[in-house]
Ligand binder design. Structure first.
Ligand code: ADP
Ligand code: MG
Length: 360
């Protein structure tokens, strides 16, 4: 276990700022997910932590030891790569034991430790096979076994589940979470899959363009996204974002758009002028179907109905804009129906014209 500090770390490749002034702390035993779209700098951040890249500027420390320029094997990290990076000509046992071998552990200890780890990961019956002779899920476990075999202080995962099919991915995700809790390791886990990050992380760091734009516990990031980018990246379907105009009138505040009108606490709008362009944000599960227009925040025409079993997704067009609701239990409206929805103000988020969340 270990505490990790990134202190104003940047990594430039020529003109590309792959990682741009990133600072965060990872507490002992904490599981951090780096979440963001392709190309936002996740892998580069992980490689900087592993010592596979050197930063252009900034400092990285593990347990108060500066490791910024330390070699990978001096850092005591275990890494699981996206494509597993198993050695095809070696047996599963040799693959798992590899980190022990490069660290000069005696053969007897290597065999004992390998058997131990393989058993705990349920792959002990595969030790004599080669990577080409086992399934994707088994390769993934082998890769995890190789990362944990030398009891590293920090585990690094680069999209370790992305090569698995959907069912196996959810199984493997539960397995990784269980493993992490059991071992109590410090982990930095990269993914572009928001559900994976929500399920696994103690805290999520959302990255955009080489920067960490928000870091916090999953539900906090989900409920209070710092920007429209974060709001749109978390949740499936994501938060509805609707451009609105602020109307201030006699101490009252309303948000308006074609087909939408909602009162808000004037305190929330106090730093804006009448007519300001804002963005209203609301999660699909916070849209309530109401019987008539009088109670409704907005009215739309039903564009798609997607029954998912426990819930139904209803997407409406509201003056050309698509808004999605997640309905539970209700008798859902049908294609082409006019549907009235209400948003309770405490579920409504506001973003300014730069896309930054307005604090309540
Ligand atoms: N070795 C490299 N040389 C040049 N550019 C790189 C290199 N590695 C990454 N990049 C660039 O840095 C940015 C971040 O890449 P990466 O960290 O791989 O993103 P992610 O893992 O989030 O998809 C991208 O624009 C990528 O093209
Ligand atoms: Mg990557």
């Amino acid at each position: 276990m270990a505490r990790v500090v990134f202190d104003h770390v940047s990594k430039h490749f020529g003109a590309v700022r792959a990682v741009d002034d990133v600072s965060f702390d990872i507490e002992d035993g904490e599981f951090i997910c780096l979440l963001g779209p392709s190309g936002c700098g996740k892998t580069t951040t992980l490689r900087l932590m592993a010592g596979l890249e050197q930063p252009t500027s900034g400092r990285i420390a593990v347990d108060d030891r500066d490791v910024t320029f330390a070699k990978p094997k001096e850092r005591d990290v275990g890494m699981v790569f996206q494509d597993y990076a198993l050695f095809p000509h070696m047996t599963i046992a040799e693959n798992i034991a590899y980190p022990l071998k490069v660290r000069g552990a005696p053969a007897k200890d290597r065999a004992a430790r390998t058997a131990d780890v393989a058993q705990s990961l349920g792959i002990d019956h595969l030790l004599e096979r080669r990577p080409g002779q086992i399934s994707g899920g088994q390769q993934q476990r082998t890769s995890v076994a190789r990362a944990v075999v030398h009891k590293p202080k920090v585990f690094l995962f680069d999209e370790p589940l992305s090569n698995l099919d959907a069912k196996l991915r959810v199984e493997a995700r539960s397995f990784l979470k269980h493993l992490q809790v059991e071992l109590g390791v410090t982990a930095l886990y990269v993914t572009h899959d928001q559900a994976e990050a929500m399920a696994l992380a103690d805290r999520i760091a959302v990255m955009e363009g080489g920067r960490v734009v928000q870091m916090g516990p999953p539900l906090e990031v989900y409920r209070k996204p710092a920007t429209t980018f974060v709001a749109n990246f978390l949740g499936n379907p994501p938060m509805n974002l609707v451009p609105v105009k602020l109307r201030l009138d006699g101490g009252r505040a309303r948000l308006q758009a074609a087909g939408l009108d909602v009162a808000v606490d004037p305190g929330r709008a106090s730093r804006f002028r009448d007519g300001a362009d804002l963005t209203l944000g609301v999660r699909p599960e916070h849209l309530r179907l109401v019987p008539d227009a009088g109670e409704a925040t907005f009215t739309g025409s039903v564009y798609t109905v997607e029954p998912l079993g426990p819930e139904t997704l209803i997407t409406c067009t509201v003056d050309g804009q698509l808004v999605t609701a997640r309905l539970f239990g209700d008798e859902p409206p049908e294609l082409g129906d006019t549907a009235h929805f209400r948003i309770d103000e405490h579920h409504l988020e506001l973003f300014d014209d730069a896309g930054v969340r307005v604090e309540r």
